[in-house]
Design a protein around this ligand. Structure first.
Ligand code: ADP
Ligand code: MG
Length: 363
């Protein structure tokens, strides 16, 4: 079913936004720290038109589901909450938004940690901006998207996903300071490409583990007398903290320093920089495993297989951990072959069924 078959006319406009993968800077965003995401090739497209019955209608091709909402209704549940949230946030900002028809289709894997939710929000906001000719910039789009996700979908998220979807593309890594929102776009190393493999491990402990880590970081910052762990740059400052706060703080401090080092090497564009970038990804994984304790044996195995494969510069778990995906930086042109052999070994030895998410198999 296409837009016309669902709504009886053609869309007025269409906009897209990509998913993202975080290359470095894990669990740093809620510590006011630094992150380095990049857009992935998969994207969400929103086709949009005016509705003439006073209701919003949202149709998702992926879910084959339609939700209709009267303006005065309470926030809907499920996927419609993300879209309704975007509309409500724009209204709160003073924009007049008419009743809309939305048709959503996406190649971003949903719920795999590649941020299909941010892609949905950013594509929705871009389509509305285009349809109504609103003068909103890309940073505002990201901010509105984040507010929609927090206040309407009920997900306490940072701003990395929305900033990455709104500002990055597949050729440019986003460096983002999550405290000041200052950012820059860095060209992706020409010698490399990325591989993303889903471990197939369900993220059962993810939300409780995530909340616990957040609390531990807040406690550590309080004991150190700073607003957030971002304010600690020297590792020695963390040495007197009680365990496990010392280890948690050590991860955040070293991870922020790793991101800043990559920022520097990407800016200089030295040919050797990609090897160093890979080594820092490996160090990030070790830190997430040993100090932050958010890895699981299957993720360690997947990362290890990746790291031992020729052509791989570096690999780490990506996302909150406890399951989910791994990202690797590999030699350009070799991504598909590397992903295929690594997946075969991983599936055989781990007992899980992994899945290659990037490079894409075409859609
Ligand atoms: P992710 O890591 O993919 O962002 P989330 O749990 O944050 O995982 O967001 C997934 C949710 O976003 C889905 O459950 C759904 O409500 C919504 N969503 C994302 N993409 C789509 C889509 N194409 N169609 C309908 N809903 C979508
Ligand atoms: Mg999400």
């Amino acid at each position: 079913m296409n837009f016309q078959q669902i709504f009886g006319n053609l869309p007025e406009t269409e906009a897209s936004a990509p998913g993202r993968v975080n290359l470095l800077g894990e669990h740093t965003d809620y510590n006011d720290g630094f992150v380095l995401p990049i857009a992935i090739p998969q994207k969400t497209t929103v086709q949009m038109g005016f509705s003439n019955d006073g209701q919003h209608h949202f149709y998702s091709q992926n879910l084959d589901q339609q939700v209709s909402i009267l303006e005065i209704n309470h926030t809907p549940l499920g996927f419609a909450s993300y879209i309704f949230g975007c509309i409500q946030i724009l209204k709160k900002e003073g924009y007049k938004i008419p009743s809309l028809n939305l048709y959503i289709k996406s190649s971003v894997p949903i719920g795999s940690g590649l941020s299909s939710s941010a892609a949905l929000e950013v594509a929705t906001l871009r389509a509305i901006r285009q349809l109504l000719n609103l003068s909103i910039n890309d940073v505002e789009i990201a901010q509105f998207a984040q507010q929609a996700e927090i206040n309407y979908a009920g997900v306490q998220c940072g701003i990395m996903d929305q900033m990455a979807s709104s500002l990055a593309d597949t050729e440019h890594i986003l460096f983002l300071d999550t405290r000041t929102l200052s950012f820059c776009l860095l060209p992706f190393p020409s010698k490399a490409e990325i591989v993303v493999i889903d471990s197939g491990v369900p993220r059962r402990l993810a939300s409780s583990g995530y909340n616990q880590r957040r609390t531990e970081c807040e406690q550590a910052a309080q004991l150190l007398g700073v607003k957030a762990l971002r304010d600690i740059t020297r590792l020695e400052a963390t040495e007197d903290l009680p365990e496990p706060l010392r280890r948690r703080a050590r991860h955040v401090v070293t991870e922020n320093n790793r991101v800043l080092e990559v920022l520097q090497i990407l800016e200089t564009r030295h040919v050797a920089s990609v090897e160093r970038f890979g080594k820092l990804m490996n160090a990030s994984h070790a830190s997430l495993r040993d100090d932050y304790e958010v890895s699981v044996p299957a993720l360690d195995m997947l990362v290890e297989i990746l790291q031992e494969t020729p052509g791989v510069f570096g690999a780490r778990l990506t996302g909150a951990g406890f399951g989910g995906a791994c990202v690797a930086l590999v030699a350009k042109g070799e991504g598909r072959a590397i992903a295929t052999t690594v997946l075969e070994q991983y599936n055989y030895h781990s007992g899980y069924t992994g899945r290659v998410l990037v490079p894409t198999t075409g859609f």
